[in-house]
Design a protein around this ligand. Structure first.
Ligand SMILES: [Ca+2]
Length: 265
């Protein structure tokens, strides 16, 4: 899948063999709406312990059911263009451009998972939707991770759907996947789990996590951060434990993301 990494020539060795993702969130699910006039407002909190299109994992946290879609991300970009978003994370102070890398946009239109976005773009999207990029679990100090807990059904499964690989369940190269063959976001598929209603945790597109792999002396822009779950070009039988890392500023045509959030009590 090296051909797919048109702008990552210097880092291809780190990610060779992986590929694919897709996320989705219907525009109507946004917790912060970019209405004309006035500041963004939170949605009514009566919708339940998790925002719409999110799964409640063990009562510990919420996670998006799908990877973030191009359509949802476009709404965020419109919000940014209206000069109504301010990046407050010091790790991302360098990031002022939230547009996906044009050369890495996949075919398929607005229903596909957004790719070509860097870690800080993903972080900003989630924060602007009253969510956060999935990271370390907040209920334990063991280093357990939200994304991995959700994918593996709390450590009980290698794949979202079970412990035995099943061809065709998730979108990986082993199943004949090719560039641009990602599933649309927001449509249930056989790649369900580790909890009901959660899709494409393995395959389709990789997903940025708020997990530091290796800090950089050059500053947070160059810190290596993790992305998980493999993608459409992944050549191995990737599972919930598949992980790679790239600098925060890196982008690729098969790295997307989904968001997590606190359970609302
Ligand atoms: Ca995925």
């Amino acid at each position: 899948m090296l051909a797919g990494f048109s702008t990552l020539a210097g880092t291809l060795a780190l990610v060779a063999g992986h590929a694919c993702t897709s996320f989705s969130e219907a525009p109507g699910d946004l917790a912060l709406m970019a209405d004309a006039g006035g500041p963004p407002t939170l949605m009514d909190s009566s919708v339940g312990p998790c925002l719409p299109m999110m799964t409640n994992v063990l009562g510990l946290f919420c996670i998006d059911n799908y990877e973030v879609s191009v359509a949802a991300y476009d709404e965020f970009l419109a919000f940014v263009r209206a000069s109504r978003f301010t990046n407050r994370d010091p790790r991302c102070a360098w990031n002022v451009d939230y547009n996906p890398e044009p050369s890495q946009v996949l075919p398929g239109g607005s229903s596909k998972a957004v790719v070509g976005i860097d870690f800080c773009d993903a972080l900003a999207f989630c924060e602007n939707n009253a969510k956060r990029l999935c990271g370390a679990r907040r209920d334990v100090d063991s280093g357990a991770e939200e994304w991995a807990t959700a994918c593996s059904a709390n450590g009980t499964r290698k794949y979202p759907y079970g412990n035995e690989f099943v061809k065709g369940r998730c979108v990986v190269e082993a199943d004949g996947g090719a560039l641009g063959s990602t599933r649309s976001v927001g449509t249930p598929s056989d790649c369900e789990g580790g909890y009901p209603g959660l899709y494409e945790m393995v395959g389709n597109v990789h997903e940025w996590n708020d997990l530091l792999e290796k800090p950089s002396e050059a500053g947070p822009r160059n810190d290596d951060v993790k992305f998980k779950g493999a993608a459409f070009g992944q050549s191995l039988r990737s599972g919930c434990d598949t992980v790679f890392s790239l600098p925060r500023h890196a982008t690729a045509n098969d790295i997307g993301f989904r968001c997590c959030a606190d359970v609302r009590h």
